[in-house]
Write a protein that binds this ligand. Structure first.
Ligand code: GTP
Ligand code: MG
Length: 305
């Protein structure tokens, strides 16, 4: 497919269909079946507090990495309806990007998903794989849950912070600080960026890394400073090489596959719980358990008997 130009219309339709698909529909249309995950698009996640400059950075990075690569950007936007112009940050005009044939950008609302991501995100990214993307960038706003949910979905996770996000770092210390592969203090043109970077370095260094583990670097970026975007891009490449060299990507892919099925079962279970009346709760716990499993099986139409 790579030899042919990207079919934007077909991709757009596929993504819309998947974004709205029920669990049963997802199971029925597993377009990804049999595909070798090793050939999947390389996935780069960007998360961080609102307004940190994620979209602006993603836009610049996509422009920089695009030549010779088919690049996709999926932005998960909790507030949903945003103008096209804000999609990649107001520092980049959409017309700079919209005529680039091998660059595809799309945003999704976070809908009912309780984790701050969009329903069916694994399926949306799998669709990008089947359209032969080389890389997919996923932007999520760090709202507590989203970074946990995005972690298994991506290969390299970039946490974007602001010069004055000290409180955020304190709050996130336990969780996301341990998950990020690259820390970025953006808006380094503003006062306080260096101090913030030093604080992040200090906190990140509290985590013990063995010698053959990846040590998450702390970078200073400014959307309008091209060399800082180049450095970020180079660091992503280094992390990718590390994952390949250390064999860590193979275990990441396994985790991702497990997460995908777990998410589907959780989502369908929540729906079953919602649909079953209060009488259901009068049964013994064992019966409730079996009733739920039977209901899940019948909804997925996978019941063999
Ligand atoms: N001074 C300065 N401002 C920046 C920089 N990068 C982005 N901004 C501005 O910061 C604001 C937010 O940028 P976005 O790229 O939309 O940030 P975001 O993290 O994607 O925001 P949400 O998606 O709403 O969470 C915009 O007004 C940008 O112009 C930077 O390097 N320096
Ligand atoms: Mg954004």
């Amino acid at each position: 497919m790579k030899n042919e130009p990207l079919d934007r219309r077909a991709l757009g339709l596929a993504l819309t269909r998947l974004a709205n698909a029920t669990v049963a529909e997802v199971l029925a249309n597993d377009a990804h079946a049999g595909q070798n995950p090793e050939n999947a698009a390389y996935r780069i996640g960007f998360t961080g507090p609102p307004g940190a400059g994620k979209s602006s950075l993603v836009g610049r990075l996509a422009q920089l990495r695009n030549p010779g690569r088919r690049m996709g950007v999926l932005a998960i936007d909790p507030s949903s309806q945003k103008s096209g112009g804000a999609l990649l940050g107001d520092r980049i005009r959409m017309d700079e990007l919209e005529n680039i044939q091998e660059l595809y950008i799309r945003s999704f609302g976070s809908r009912s998903a309780s984790d701050g991501l969009t329903d069916n995100l694994p399926e949306l990214i799998a669709a990008m794989d089947s359209f032969a993307f080389d890389e997919v960038i996923i932007e999520t706003v760090g709202v507590g849950q989203a970074e946990y949910a995005v972690r298994p979905q991506v290969d390299t996770l970039v946490l974007v912070l602001l010069p004055d996000s000290g409180d955020t770092v304190q709050a996130m210390k336990a969780g996301i600080m341990e998950m990020a592969d690259i820390f970025v203090v953006n808006k380094s043109d503003l006062a306080g960026a260096r101090k913030m970077a030093a604080d992040v370095k200090r906190i990140a260094s509290l985590r013990k890394h063995s010698q053959n583990e990846w040590q998450p670097p702390v970078l200073l970026t400014s959307t309008d400073a091209a060399p800082s975007i180049q450095q970020l891009s180079d660091t992503i490449n280094q992390h990718r090489e590390f994952l390949d060299r250390s064999g860590a990507r193979a275990s990441l892919l396994q985790e991702r596959a497990k997460y995908r099925i777990k998410r589907l079962i959780e989502r369908e279970t929540a729906q079953v719980m919602h649909d079953l009346g209060p009488d259901f709760l009068k049964a013994s716990l064992l019966e409730q358990y079996h009733l739920t499993l039977a209901e899940l099986a019948s909804r997925s139409k996978l019941k063999t008997s």
